[in-house]
Design a protein around this ligand. Structure first.
Ligand SMILES: *Cc1c(COP(=O)(O)O)cnc(C)c1O
Length: 399
């Protein structure tokens, strides 16, 4: 099934393949490590893996909630016939909340301004809004800080008594659950402080008369390592896509997306040959250069030049010189690479380098998106969501 892409009258220059079997596998790992319900976070087109196929796969393998950042994404899920609970959490104050309420989409609320608008929309929709009040427990992004929290919960309770909303959840988001924990401590000091602040926010909400059925705080990293943050529901994003969320630790997740292209030109060049714009790279010895038709417009960061490696001819080969908008050059040494050979930029290392038991050594085989993130000075999320519009995407169904 191809869900995006441009018809180019033949092979596309870059292909993203999403293995839904890996999404299913990762969902099972995540549901297996908690007794809480699992929300599959499918914002940003499921981290560019495809909103609908990922949502359906996660729901049929143990996830019970979907999480998105906008009502637009939530309504797209409803329009496709998905009737699982959905939470949407970033809203202009003047969003068209009524359509979300009518569609049974839960709305996160962080300010009294939004709360009043949602109450008015519920009145128009003729049905109560299901809301999740968000407490800022230390991230300083969305959520209400301690000083504003009592007013938010008081108004919410008033609207609840008036039949305009039901406060289904109190929630918050962690700042650094993906930091490697210091030995002997279950989580970072920031996580501990945030849990304490969250407990405080819950107590204030209960004192105001609220009785939320759901409490949720954990992201992928906390789901895998900090059970005391699980409460009733965990929200998993990056781990669902098979990216190990904590540097240096492995939980058996399988990368779901691989980015491929193929060699379109090969040339033997002497030592001293300048490569790509401004000749940032000059060959040290005679070597073979392979041209790959993907560049920064496709999501290969310019920062990858001279740093990243691709899987080509059964080995890791470096990208040399500047990455251009549409192409980049790979130094393959003396390998017998030919026009048409497949290149895997990133994907599942098991594909290139599994031993007989299916195990892989870190740093070998097909590069992972985490390695790409390190090479480019960013995080895996940015590499995945940065894949360009002309990358053709297809899905391998899970069995
Ligand atoms: C993106 C997001 C998540 C998922 O985080 P991961 O670290 O990718 O698991 C969870 N909660 C909120 C509020 C988010 O914005």
């Amino acid at each position: 099934m191809t869900t995006a892409g441009i018809i180019t009258g033949g092979a596309t220059l870059a292909q993203a393949t999403v293995d839904l079997g890996a999404v299913a596998h990762n969902t099972k790992i995540l549901t297996g490590c908690t007794t809480a319900q699992v929300m599959a976070v499918v914002k940003a087109d499921a981290f560019r893996h495809g909103l609908l196929p990922v949502a359906r796969t996660a729901l049929s393998h143990g996830a019970t909630w979907l999480g998105v950042t906008s009502t637009t994404e939530a309504l797209a899920l409803r329009a496709a016939g998905i009737d699982a609970p959905i939470l949407s959490w970033l809203h202009r104050y003047d969003s068209s909340f009524a359509s979300a309420i009518t569609a049974g989409v839960d709305l996160s609320v962080s300010t009294v301004t939004h709360l009043h608008m949602i109450a008015a929309a519920a009145e128009r929709a003729g049905q109560p809004a299901q809301v999740h009040l968000k407490s800022d427990t230390g991230l300083s992004r969305n959520g209400a800080v301690g000083a504003d929290w009592p007013e938010l919960v008081t108004w919410a309770r008033r609207y609840e008594l008036g039949g305009r909303m039901r406060v289904r959840a109190i929630w918050s988001h962690l700042a650094d659950a993906d930091s490697p924990a210091s030995p002997g401590s279950p989580a970072s000091p920031t996580v501990q402080r945030q849990v304490a602040a969250y407990e405080g926010a819950l107590a204030v909400a209960r004192a105001a008369g609220l009785d939320p059925l759901l409490r949720h705080l954990a992201n992928s990293a906390a789901t895998l390592t900090a059970p005391h943050t699980h409460y009733d529901l965990v929200r998993v994003g990056i781990a669902l896509y098979g990216v190990e969320p904590i540097p240096g630790r492995r939980f058996g997740l399988r990368p779901a997306l691989s980015l491929r292209s193929s060699v379109i030109n090969v040339k033997r060049v002497p030592a001293g040959t300048g490569v790509s714009y401004h000749h940032d790279h000059v060959t040290g010895v005679a070597t073979t250069l392979a041209l790959i038709p993907v560049g920064y417009a496709d999501g290969v960061p310019r920062a990858a030049g001279g740093k990243a490696r691709v899987w080509l001819g059964g080995a890791r080969c470096p990208i040399v010189g500047r990455v251009a908008m549409d192409q980049c050059v790979v130094d393959v040494g003396d390998a017998p690479v030919r026009i048409g050979d497949e290149v895997v930029l990133f994907g599942d290392p098991a594909e290139g380098d599994a031993d007989e038991a299916g195990a892989t050594e870190p740093g070998r085989g097909v590069p992972t998106v985490s390695e790409w993130a390190r090479w480019c000075g960013t995080n895996p999320h940015e590499i995945l969501t940065g894949l360009g519009a002309r990358v053709d995407r297809s899905h391998k169904e899970c069995l």
